[in-house]
Each structure stands twice: as C-alpha cells, then as structure tokens.
Design a protein around this ligand. Structure first.
Ligand SMILES: [Zn+2]
Ligand SMILES: [Zn+2]
Ligand SMILES: [Zn+2]
Length: 305
C-alpha cells in the first residue's frame, strides 16, 4: 500500500516535515482512501445538512444515498483518494483541527485485524499467518491483502476493520503483507456470507504433523492412519459456517478409537494437533478447539498416547 517513493515516506501518522495533510496526500497517492480524525481519534461529526443522515447518506454507503457533500461527512464514507477533495477549502478547515489521519481499509482492498492488547497479539501470533504489523498504543494492527465485512469484538480485544470502517494510520509497519486468510474471514460469521470464489486457504503455523516416528507402538500402517486423519481433517475444514468444534471432537474420538487395541504409543498427541490446526483454520478459537480435541481423544476411555 506504500508506493516506491522513499523520500516522502512518513514514519508514523505525523509526517516528520509536514502536516497530517501531507501524510493523507501521500497515502491517497498510493490508492489508500483517507479521512481526518478529531480529538478522541474519531471522525468529525456530520455537517448540518447531513446530520442524522438527513441527506440519505453517501453513494458508497450500505444504502446508497445521493449525498455529494463537499465536507468530510459520514465517517469512513468520506474517505477519499482525490487530492482535490483533500486539499479543498472545506477540508482544509477540518485538517487544521484534526489530530490524526485515518484510512478506509476496505477501500484500499485491505483488512486490519485490530489487536487491542498483549493477550490479543499473543493469540494472533499463535493462530494467524504472519503479515505486516503496525504497533498501536497497547497492541498491534495486522494488515492483510483482501477486504471483508467488518465486525467489532470478534474475540476478546480483537476487531476486524475493513469494509465500511476506518482505521487510524499509525505508519507503514513492518513485514510483508499476506493474503487475507480464511481464519480471519471465519472470525466474522454471518449467515448470508459465502466465501468469495477462489479464496486462498489459510495456513496456520504448522506444528509437528503425525509421523511413523512418534507412533512406534501402533499396529496400523502409516497409510491407514494418514488416510483416516486426512478424511477427518477434511470434515473439520468443511465446517466453515458452524459446528467445527463439535466436528473436531467427533473426529478426535473416532480416530482415537482406532487405536484402543494398539500397544502404543500411537502419536495421538500429534494427531490431535493436526485436528486443532484444522479447526482453528475455520475460525474456532484455539483454546476451545484444543479442549474439544482433548475431550475427543479421551472419550474412548483407553487412550493409547
Ligand atoms: Zn451527507
Ligand atoms: Zn455533509
Ligand atoms: Zn495405533
């Protein structure tokens, strides 16, 4: 989202040798729609003509309205890449009172996973693919390439900011931006949501997979175990809408039951990790997935670890 221009690259929201407007123009030139924020880091209120959405709202809002208001009205919907709008006299007055620059991630084809605190960041590190990270006051913004519906509090301390939302610009961050994974899309589950065609599947950080080396006491062939495991993982991954955790429980119980007659060990812990990873990839919180899988593995009574 940042162009190859090095000389004007702002290190943070406050351009070192210029104003918030300079930062805004820099971002707009890179195709990122921007808007000013007032004290409290929130958008400026609507102008009198637009108060209470009396104007009907802007054309790009959820219900397309006729508003062509020259002022930065309607929060995220005012975000623009048009330098003539950004430098207009109406906006100039607003920039003088602005305290920060925000951008519309969805309008730039991006999704921001807003991690509000250290616990949320730790969850992301354990669960989501690495991507570009921007430090915030108490947490981090993780930026992914691809837009999706926004939602607040999808997990404790985690907001999704993309379509119809704004995010504060806190600098370009570090790391290369990854494609929006299904693990993030699955955090915002709506009944009318269908995955976009050609959506790139997520890859949660891979843990040690099951292998013959950890199953020295298993009476089954490697192929038998692997085939059964892959079938089970596919069942879990297919639960993109709901029921992935209970499916993970069922798969864990079914697979563990195959080994009750084995002297063991059969590598059930590694099998369990693969089921957890599959559940997490379709949006099940990791701790919840782990509990479901552990319960499933132990449900047979005789556990050949
Ligand atoms: Zn309006
Ligand atoms: Zn207005
Ligand atoms: Zn076995």
């Amino acid at each position: 989202m940042t162009p190859a221009c090095k000389t004007r690259r702002p290190a943070d929201g406050n351009h070192p040798d210029g104003s918030l407007l300079d930062t805004a123009l820099y971002l707009a030139a890179a195709g990122v729609p921007v808007l000013p924020l007032r004290a409290g880091k929130v958008p400026f209120g609507n102008c009198p003509a637009c108060r209470g959405n009396a104007c009907g709202g802007r054309p790009n809002m959820k219900s397309a309205g006729p508003c062509q208001c020259p002022a930065p009205c309607h929060a995220w919907a005012a975000a623009t890449t048009n330098p003539h709008v950004l430098t207009s006299s109406v906006w100039a007055a607003v920039w003088r009172e602005a305290v920060a620059v925000a951008y519309h991630p969805g309008g730039a084809g991006l999704t921001v996973v807003d991690l509000d605190n250290a616990a949320a960041v730790a969850w992301a590190r354990a669960t989501l693919p690495a991507t570009r990270r921007v430090p915030t006051t108490r947490g981090e913004h993780w930026l992914y390439r691809g837009a999706m519906p926004s939602a607040n509090a999808v997990r404790p301390g985690v907001d999704i900011k993309s379509l119809m939302q704004y995010a504060r610009w806190l600098g370009p961050g570090t790391g290369s931006m990854a494609v929006l994974p299904s693990a993030v899309r699955a955090l915002v589950v709506k009944e009318d949501t269908t995955p976009a065609p050609g959506e790139v599947a997520s890859s949660v950080p891979a843990r040690a997979p099951w292998s013959r080396e950890v199953a020295t006491g298993c009476r089954h062939t490697e192929r038998y175990v692997r085939t059964g495991l892959e079938r089970g993982l596919a069942l879990v991954r297919a639960r993109t809408e709901s029921g992935a955790a209970s499916q993970a429980f069922g798969v864990a119980r079914f697979l563990a039951a195959q080994h009750t007659a084995c002297p063991g060990p059969c590598g059930l812990a590694a099998i369990g990790e693969e089921i957890v990873t599959a559940a997490v990839s379709v949006g099940v919180p990791e701790a919840y997935a782990r509990r479901a899988v552990d319960n499933g593995l132990q449900a047979t009574g005789e556990r050949a670890a």
